[in-house]
Design a protein around this ligand. Sequence first.
Ligand SMILES: Nc1ncnc2c1ncn2[C@@H]1O[C@H](COP(=O)(O)OP(=O)(O)O)[C@@H](O)[C@H]1O
Ligand SMILES: Nc1ncnc2c1ncn2[C@H]1C[C@H](O)[C@@H](COP(=O)(O)OP(=O)(O)O)O1
Ligand SMILES: [Mg+2]
Length: 194
Amino acid sequence: MADKIKNAKIVFVVGGPGSGKGTQCEKIVAKYGYTHLSSGDLLRAEVASGSERGKQLQAIMQKGELVPLDTVLDMIKDAMIAKADVSKGYLIDGYPREVKQGEEFEKKIGAPALLLYIDAKAETMVQRLVKRGETSGRADDNEETIKKRLDLYYKATEPVIAYYEKRGIVRKINSELPVDEVFAIVEKAIDELK
Ligand SMILES: Nc1ncnc2c1ncn2[C@@H]1O[C@H](COP(=O)(O)OP(=O)(O)O)[C@@H](O)[C@H]1O
Ligand SMILES: Nc1ncnc2c1ncn2[C@H]1C[C@H](O)[C@@H](COP(=O)(O)OP(=O)(O)O)O1
Ligand SMILES: [Mg+2]
């Protein structure tokens, strides 16, 4: 089954919480027809299902911690296989969050062609998340959890960027700019892939 996605174009979208990953992915989907898979969205769907596993995940996410690697990787893999016949490429948003996640993904699924590094200052990310928290209903968009998510980002996820930089597939995107200007930079990176 996993053979079906072996040759698919895979783009990792990495950046801190509130950096604008989801916002840019939406625009990529609209222009390029890629399949957008957000690990956070997949996990929140499991939580919303009310399952026993969802309850355990919710407790972890509320604390701003990472859920077990196998759980999130299985979810992504299943979602990729489900779209294999129609997908022009995959945006993997919010994964890998640590180097080990990247290694396991490549073992079980395949190698990324590009890593979009959505970069914003900590201060900007906090401001955006506090604002998003006014309407998102997300249990983790509160000041206490935001701080933990940021700390974990710098500790666990930033090394992911260095890891893929060595392979020359990282494109750093300045996400401090207005959404459409950020997207103009994103477009260039995606167009290079063709
Ligand atoms: N370039 C930008 N300028 C201003 N606000 C932005 C920008 N990109 C995203 N936002 C806002 O910041 C918040 C977080 O964006 P989101 O795409 O959900 O980030 P992430 O998926 O990385 O957590 C959202 O409320 C979004 O509207
Ligand atoms: N790849 C992954 N590994 C482990 N936990 C993950 C994960 N992706 C998401 N999660 C869990 C922990 C995160 O704090 C939470 C929310 O993730 P998210 O929606 O990707 O956040 P954001 O878009 O604000 O960066 O879900
Ligand atoms: Mg997001």
